[in-house]
Design a protein around this ligand. Structure first.
Ligand code: GDP
Ligand code: IMO
Ligand code: MG
Length: 429
């Protein structure tokens, strides 16, 4: 029987989804990226080689695994053609397939994203400026080119003119005092990159339907995280797509999942603006940033850092339908004498009900209720099972399970593939 497993970010992104996907992919027939776009930066660390992928599935280095990019992923042809070149170098190009219907990010989307951010002053979202929001806006407005339009310059040009796409978009860019790219410039720019992309186009919904019928195992790789989800995240400080498994139902026609693996760091980070109740500012935050190497994989920006926020993680588990957790970067906490962890939220007037929706308004005024836990000094290198972890590290993991109500089935103790331990009962084991 075909099985479907999802890997989803359970915080504000950058949880280590790329690493976990690369490790888990070995046990699957196909891996599909299902949402987001080149705002994502998924890092793989394979025998010391570090590769950051933005669009292609993090199974790229797994030769025998089919790699799919679904119709919900917004694609920048420049980024895409670069990653296809890497696939060619690795001799896996024939295993990579991109959905025909995936929306195309154009220079004008990036221009608009940048212009809005620079004009928004204090209200800026802190986007990655990769054109993600404007591209999804056009998708929902039922206009704008998709990857299949790269097959012909004429069709591409027409898609840029249809339904006032270019007229309206260029006007907005001009209003921001920026000269928009012209239609002809964009067509030329896209067509220069199309040669690499067109041969990889396919209908991924049809492929997935066939794979399921023949009993293949499928792994779906998410981008961003539940707290950045356009419905359930900290709006407007979020991304423009659905980050959880609902995006797979909506775009790929798979509606039930054997497992939804939520990935969370052993602490919390966030890039861009928006509430962050457990944030560590000043020296402590900088120390954690440096120790955890918390610098954006896509933009190079400093990531904001803080203690693990269990009320937020519990909310993400509930909203995302998460069935088990993988905790990454546990090694970064080694050597800390007292580890703080937020186990509840309070406000000056009340304790926050665990069923509350954690919207921006609420998260901006909550005070985390912390528990201080004893840390561990032992190096985690060489730990081959959760059982063998230092006892204080195990107590930390148990506390996560207790507050979230979700079992931890995997723990990552370093960036490399091998630095990953699974609970013995885990099916990914
Ligand atoms: P993603 O966007 O969720 O795929 O995560 P990113 O790649 O943006 O950020 C995660 C970072 O942590 C990357 O630099 C990974 O190489 C690194 N990483 C992942 N797991 C671990 C771990 O267990 N320990 C350490 N030290 N680094 C890790
Ligand atoms: P991965 O997949 C962390 C954040 C941006 C900003 C907000 C909106 O690597 O975890 P956008 O460009 O999407 O309009 O920006 O979302 N953001 C991410 N933060 N990891 C990501 O992806 C992110 N993708 C977007 O920093 O706050
Ligand atoms: Mg990332």
């Amino acid at each position: 029987m075909s099985t479907s497993t999802v890997i989803v970010g359970a915080q504000w992104g950058d949880e280590g989804k790329g690493k976990v996907t690369d490790v888990a992919a070995e046990s699957f027939n196909a891996v599909a990226r299902y949402s987001g776009g080149p705002n994502a930066g998924h890092t793989l660390s394979i025998n010391g080689r570090i590769v950051v992928l933005h669009i292609l599935p993090s199974a790229l280095f797994r030769r025998d695994v089919l790699k799919l990019v679904g119709p919900g992923v917004v694609c920048d042809p420049e980024v895409l053609s670069g990653e296809l070149r890497l696939a060619e170098e690795l001799d896996v190009l024939h295993t990579v397939h991109l959905d025909l219907h995936a929306p195309l990010i154009l220079p004008i989307h990036r221009e608009l994203d940048k212009a809005r951010e620079s004009l928004s002053g204090k209200g800026a979202i802190g986007t990655t400026q990769r054109g993600i929001g404007p591209c999804y806006e056009d998708f929902v407005a039922r206009r704008g080119p998709s990857l299949q339009n790269l097959r012909s310059a004429k069709a591409l040009k027409q898609a840029m003119l249809d339904r006032r796409f270019y007229d309206e978009r260029s006007l907005l860019v001009q209003l921001a005092g920026i000269k928009p790219s012209t239609v002809d410039e964009m067509v030329e720019w896209c067509m220069e990159r199309a040669k690499k992309i067109v041969p990889a186009l396919i209908d991924t919904r049809e492929v997935i339907s066939r794979l399921r019928e023949r009993g293949d195992s499928l792994l779906f790789e998410g981008a961003q995280g539940i707290m950045l989800d356009v419905f359930n995240g900290t709006r407007p400080y979020c991304t423009s797509s659905i980050c959880g498994p609902a995006a797979i139902s909506a775009s790929l026609g798979v509606h039930s999942f054997d497992r939804v693996i939520g990935v969370s760091k052993a602490y919390t980070t966030r890039v861009g603006n928006g509430p962050f109740p457990t944030e560590l500012t000043g020296q402590a935050g900088q120390w954690l940033r440096k120790k955890g190497n918390e610098y954006g994989a896509t933009t190079g920006r400093d990531r904001r850092t803080g203690w693990l926020d269990l009320p937020a993680l519990r909310y993400a588990c509930r909203i995302g339908g998460i069935t088990d957790l993988v905790i990454t970067k546990l090694d970064i906490l080694t050597g800390i004498e007292k580890i703080r962890v937020a186990v509840a939220y309070g406000t000056p007037l009340e304790e926050v009900d665990p069923h509350r929706t954690l919207d921006t308004e609420l998260l901006e005024r909550v005070e985390p209720v912390y528990q201080d836990m004893d840390g561990w000094q032992e190096d985690l290198k060489g730990c081959s099972s959760i059982k063998n972890l230092p006892s204080n590290a195990k107590k930390y993991l148990w506390r996560i399970e207790e507050v979230t109500g979700i079992p931890i089935t995997g723990v990552s103790i370093g960036p490399e593939r091998e630095e990953m331990i699974w609970q013995e009962s885990s099916p990914v084991n």
